[in-house]
Design a protein. Structure first.
Length: 192
């Protein structure tokens, strides 16, 4: 099971481990509901309900319909079916027994969103190094890349391609000449 799928399953179980979210799922499974209606039924404040709805939307469990200023939420049963399939597929289920993650794998998992993009670039140099090293898998050794292509590869994971590009050059992961980039051999990288 790919790490992104495991991260998605973990996010799902974390979201479902909250009583209010479980109750919201039950209520929007019955019929479409507004934030105001859910807040009243759950005896919660509207911002709290909105926070819970955002967590469920991030997992693609809700469909939202806008009518004027009111947002109507209903369950996307397909979202639950997708999680069910991922969890109970025998080959995927056995993949959960893989060995404990290394520190670097944990860093990557902690900064990844369920869709495989980065939440943010870490402030810690050591963690940033790990994520940049992971990003380097998108570059082939011996191939030349125009800057536009480098940006496209980096922006698949995070919008700040310029910062990542500069740091990859600074740590000798990439070299640049006349806006053309190439991957340097890993043994030349300056380790953080």
């Amino acid at each position: 099971m790919p790490d992104a799928d495991i991260a998605t399953l973990l996010a799902f179980f974390k979201a479902m481990a909250n009583e209010s979210r479980l109750r919201i799922i039950g209520l929007v499974a019955e019929r479409e509901r507004s934030v105001q209606e859910l807040a009243e039924l759950l005896d919660l404040k509207e911002p709290t309900v909105s926070h819970h709805l955002a967590a469920l939307k991030a997992l693609d469990l809700l469909h939202v319909r806008v009518e004027g200023v009111t947002h109507w939420h209903r369950l996307r049963p397909e979202g639950l079916h997708d999680f069910n399939r991922a969890l109970f597929d025998q080959k995927d289920l056995t993949a959960l027994a893989k060995p404990e993650q290394t520190w670097e794998e944990k860093v990557i998992a902690n900064f990844l969103l369920p869709d495989g993009t980065l939440k943010t670039l870490p402030a810690s140099r050591r963690k940033r190094w790990v994520l940049l090293k992971w990003q380097m898998s998108g570059f082939e050794e011996g191939r030349r890349y125009p800057e536009k292509e480098v940006n496209a590869i980096l922006q698949r994971r995070h919008p700040d391609a310029a910062t990542m590009r500069r740091e990859m050059i600074g740590w000798k992961m990439l070299a640049r000449e006349n806006n053309v980039y190439w991957r340097l051999p890993e043994d030349q990288w300056e380790v953080a």
